[in-house]
Design a protein around this ligand. Structure first.
Ligand code: ZN
Length: 224
C-alpha cells in the first residue's frame, strides 16, 4: 500500500519499485490524500476541475504501473493537517487493504530538507501515526468495527524522498514504465522530452553510488 500527498508523487520516488513489486506478483494499492487541486498555473482555473483532471491522470498512471486499486481522500491541496480525522481515514483504508508493506513520504528527514512540500511531510507523518500504533490497536477508532474494519499490523514501512535512505532498489527493468506513468500526468507536463531526459539522469545518478544503472532509494523501517 502506498499513501501519497499528490496525484503525481509516487512516480518520481517509487514508480519503478512499485512496478517491480507488481511484476513479482504483489498487489499494490494507492491512497491519495489530495487530488492536487492547486496544480495549475492558470489563475482562472477551477480547482474542482483541476482535481477531476488529476484524478483521471492518476488512474491512468496507476494502470501503467499495474496497480490493483486507487482511492482518494480529497483533502485540499496544500492544506493537509495531521488531524484525528485524517488519521482515522488512513486507518480505515489500512484496515480495509491490510498491507504487508506501506510506502509513504519520509516526514522526519525529507529530501530536499528545506524546500519540501508541506503536504508531503504532513501526509507522511499522519501515515506513520496511522500505521503505528493506531491501525494495530483495536481500541483505536473502535467505531470502524461496525464497517467490518478490524485492527491490522503492517510489517514494514518504506519511506521515499528520504535524506537518510538505507535501501536502494534496482529499477533498470522498470525505469521506462515509471517514466510512462509520469507522462500520464499530462496537466503537469510542459516538456515531455526534457522530462524524460531529466528522469533518466536522476535514476542513473541515484543508482551510481550502488553500482546500478537506475535506482530508487528508501529508508526502511521494520515494525516489531
Ligand atoms: Zn507532491
Amino acid at each position: 500500500m502506498e499513501i501519497a500527498a499528490h496525484p503525481d508523487d509516487i512516480e518520481l520516488w517509487c514508480g519503478g519499485t512499485l512496478a517491480r513489486a507488481v511484476d513479482a506478483g504483489a498487489q499494490v494499492r494507492l491512497l491519495l490524500v489530495t487530488s492536487g487541486d492547486k496544480g495549475s498555473a492558470d489563475p482562472d482555473a477551477d480547482p474542482a476541475s483541476v482535481a477531476t483532471t488529476r484524478e483521471n491522470e492518476a488512474r491512468e498512471a496507476a494502470r501503467v504501473l499495474g496497480l490493483a486499486d486507487i482511492a482518494f481522500l480529497r483533502w485540499r491541496d496544500g492544506e493537509v493537517e495531521n488531524t484525528h480525522e485524517l488519521r482515522g481515514e488512513m486507518v480505515a483504508w489500512i484496515r480495509a487493504w491490510r498491507p504487508d508493506v506501506l510506502f509513504t513520504h519520509d516526514p522526519e528527514h525529507p529530501e530536499p530538507p528545506y524546500l519540501r512540500h508541506r503536504d508531503h511531510v504532513v501526509a507522511g507523518r499522519a501515515a506513520l501515526d496511522a500505521v503505528y500504533p493506531l491501525a494495530r490497536d483495536p481500541l483505536a477508532f473502535p467505531e470502524q468495527r461496525a464497517q467490518g474494519l478490524t485492527s491490522h499490523k503492517v510489517g514494514e514501512i518504506w519511506l521515499f524522498a528520504s535524506a537518510v535512505a538505507n535501501r536502494a532498489v534496482d529499477i533498470g527493468k522498470t525505469l521506462e514504465q515509471k517514466i510512462a506513468a509520469r507522462l500520464e500526468h499530462e496537466s503537469q507536463t510542459s516538456d515531455r522530452e526534457a522530462m524524460i531526459a531529466r528522469w533518466r539522469k536522476r535514476a542513473f545518478q541515484t543508482g551510481t553510488p550502488f553500482s546500478l544503472t537506475a535506482a530508487e532509494t528508501f529508508t526502511v523501517l521494520t515494525i516489531d
